[in-house]
Design a protein around this ligand. Structure first.
Ligand code: HEC
Length: 221
């Protein structure tokens, strides 16, 4: 497949829809702590004491899950409803509508700390295992191996090694949209020597006509 303008456009739409969205979970690169509480932590952090807190009560902190969960209802009250946090005098902006919506979604989801991994990639074996990938009404578990690929925007592609139908479900399932040839992986754990190093989300585009099926790794973060 040529990485043509149309697929770039379609891909950008997907990125706008999914990859940059705020996940309704506390942890993670796209989670509530990183994407919503960012400015709040300038005053409400357990790392800050005395005047560095700018008057924020000592027991109201957003930098740990336990503390944030305990006061989440108040965060919503002040940052979504009355919109007087951060205080106007601080010059910091109030939350964007996307951040407000994410805070409400986090609350509706029961204030989860983290979400189930979509799968894992091992640096030791170069194998990507996707636990649950939804393709229309079908659900699969799939494995892929990485190969260098000069035609892929990141220089890497994944080749499908196997896929078996499963009846599992996941709050963080991968999904493949055949009409856009797009595979979205919300949360992949990167594993080296048996230990999780970090997690990323990734977007891949399948290469038309490839056999075995090959996906360009277009983006990961
Ligand atoms: C510049 C410092 C500063 C920033 C940034 C800030 N706050 Fe505050 N916060 C305060 C101060 C001062 C108080 C105590 C006075 C008050 O309640 O208005 C407070 C109190 C609170 C309280 C406890 C009072 C209550 O209503 O239960 C909550 C909740 C709160 N802030 C939420 C937030 C959230 C959420 C953010 C980010 C969207 C935020 N704050 C950002 C300074 C800050």
């Amino acid at each position: 497949m040529k990485f043509n303008k149309l697929s770039v456009l379609i891909f950008s739409l997907f990125v706008a829809d999914y990859a940059f969205a705020i996940d309704p979970v506390y942890e993670g690169a796209n989670g509530i702590r990183a994407k919503v509480f960012t400015n709040c932590l300038k005053c409400h952090s357990s790392e800050l004491t005395g005047s560095k807190r700018n008057g924020a009560p000592a027991d109201v902190n957003w930098d740990t899950y336990a503390a944030a969960k305990a006061k989440a209802g108040r965060a919503i009250q002040r940052a979504v409803y009355t919109k007087d946090m951060p205080p106007g005098s601080s010059g910091l902006p109030i939350l964007t509508s996307e951040q407000q919506a994410a805070l409400l979604a986090w609350n509706s989801a029961g204030l989860p700390q983290s979400s189930t991994p979509t799968g894992s990639y091992s640096y030791d074996t170069n194998v990507l295992t996707i636990n649950v990938v939804n393709v229309g009404v079908f659900t699969y578990k799939a494995t892929m191996t990485v190969v260098p690929d000069g035609k892929s925007p990141t220089g890497l592609s994944f080749v499908l090694q196997g896929a078996q139908e499963v009846s599992d479900s996941s709050d963080n399932a991968a999904f493949y949209t055949p009409v856009f040839e797009h595979l979205h992986l919300p949360k992949i754990e990167l594993i080296r020597q048996g230990a999780v190093q970090s997690t990323v989300s990734a977007d891949l585009l399948s290469v038309k006509g490839s056999s075995p099926l090959r996906f360009h790794l277009v983006y990961y973060k």
